[in-house]
Design a protein around this ligand. Structure first.
Ligand SMILES: C[S@@+](CC[C@H](N)C(=O)[O-])C[C@H]1O[C@@H](n2cnc3c(N)ncnc32)[C@H](O)[C@@H]1O
Length: 259
């Protein structure tokens, strides 16, 4: 199916999204073509639609296609000194420590990756879902159009569309690898508002514990300094004897040394 540059009929995809292109913007038309190529075509109805429109890339409910959806908007992060969002006294930067390079192995909607970038880390954030990846690239593109935010990012953030386990070997000497798996959704405190969590779960599903273990083991072989994994407070450690645990109310960050 070829895509003209105006509003299309929708195309359904196996991962549970439809795609609507309602823009003539070259960047977005190319992104939509890339997404369709990644996902193939399917005739089933989908709960969510990836909507390429005037505001960028949005995840809209297919049943409310004309209503505003979820888009990755980094401009809403409160960057004021004193607001606390970028304080290195928080549990995550304390777990990551005083290093330079962080691989965020599970980018999601990119909130942690952006917060770490704005704190001063160099971040490579990897996301395996092509749907979430297209939203992330669009979010970063729009963030870079905002001069102040672009300066604060300082070219230190990169999003990679890939499976982390396959991608780790392509990164030279990453100091810290950070893993924030999906599971278990109800017990885990998330940085994301509820609609975002539901959308993410609907699109990428819940955690596959075997894959998390594989990712963790690959991270142990790859990071030069630390591996940090976010877990619900009462869950078991993925491996005995973390070297440090930074605990919040409902989640904790377990820190391990590389093998
Ligand atoms: C809980 S979310 C991460 C949320 C993120 N920390 C944030 O601040 O938005 C987990 C994400 O990891 C992604 N993911 C899971 N396994 C992955 C893998 N092997 N490689 C890359 N991404 C993966 C999922 O698709 C999902 O988007």
């Amino acid at each position: 199916m070829s895509f003209s540059k105006t509003r299309q009929g929708s195309v359904q995809h196996p991962e549970g999204v439809e795609v609507v292109v309602d823009t003539q913007d070259d960047r977005l038309v190319k992104e939509s073509a890339h997404l369709i190529e990644q996902l193939g075509r399917d005739k089933t109805k989908s709960k969510y639609t990836v909507y390429f429109g005037a505001k960028g890339v949005e995840l809209r409910l297919s049943s409310h296609i004309h209503k505003k959806g979820i888009l990755v908007d980094f401009s809403t992060i409160d960057r004021r000194i004193g607001a606390g969002n970028l304080s290195k006294k928080q549990q995550l930067p304390k777990a990551i420590g005083d290093y330079t390079t962080v691989i965020d192995a599970t980018a999601g909607f990119g909130k942690d990756a952006m917060l770490l970038t704005l704190m001063g880390y160099n971040v490579i954030a990897i996301e395996q879902s092509p749907i979430i990846s297209v939203l992330l690239r669009d979010g970063l593109y729009r963030a870079q159009l905002n001069t102040e935010l672009d300066e604060a990012i300082g070219g230190r953030l990169q999003f990679v569309e890939s499976n982390s386990i396959n991608h780790f070997s392509k990164i030279e000497n990453p100091e810290v690898i950070y893993i924030d798996p999906m599971f278990p959704p109800k017990k885990k405190k998330s940085a994301l508002p509820p609609g975002h969590i539901q959308a993410l779960q609907s699109i990428v599903g819940h955690e596959n514990p075997k894959e998390t273990t594989l990712m963790f083991e690959a991270a142990l072989q790859t990071a030069t300094q630390r591996i940090v994994i976010k877990r619900p407070t009462h869950s078991q450690h993925i491996k005995n004897n973390p070297v440090a645990v930074h605990e919040g109310k409902t989640i904790r960050y377990d820190v391990y040394r590389p093998s």
